[in-house]
Design a protein around this ligand. Structure first.
Ligand SMILES: [Zn+2]
Ligand SMILES: [Zn+2]
Length: 127
């Protein structure tokens, strides 16, 4: 499974499928990605390679997030307490259809209007 950032500077590749896929509704994910929640595909870190070492930001809780310093895409997350896995934003995968989320986490922080998204009008392209 391959993927990369919006501008293509950072690319990554893994030989295996994710261990699991989750929607994270925590405040740190919202803020760092700029989205109402983030869908993460969680991979074994050993299976994972980047074409270049991406820039990182380490939060006070020691969580490390990587991003592209050219286009700003949020790419990955890991934490020293969970050394063996790396979380990848599903939106960065070349084939995100293959990674539907299996569960929601941090739902105590979930925005109330997320549950109503199915009730608002759809437009198949920008209207
Ligand atoms: Zn980029
Ligand atoms: Zn989160």
């Amino acid at each position: 499974m391959d993927g990369g950032c919006f501008c293509g500077k950072i690319r990554f590749s893994t030989t295996i499928d994710p261990k699991w896929v989750v929607n994270c509704h925590c405040d740190n994910c919202k803020r760092s990605v700029g989205a109402p929640f983030v869908t993460w595909a969680v991979f074994e870190k050993d299976s994972f390679t980047f074409n270049i070492i991406p820039p990182t930001h380490t939060a006070p809780n020691r969580a490390v997030r990587t991003f592209c310093d050219t286009c700003g895409t949020a790419i990955a997350y890991w934490h020293p307490n969970q050394k063996s896995v790396i979380d990848i934003t599903v939106g960065c995968l070349d084939e995100p259809e293959k990674c539907p989320p299996e569960r929601n986490i941090w739902t105590k922080k979930r925005l109330s209007w997320i549950e109503e998204l199915g009730d608002i009008p759809d437009h198949s392209i920008y209207p």
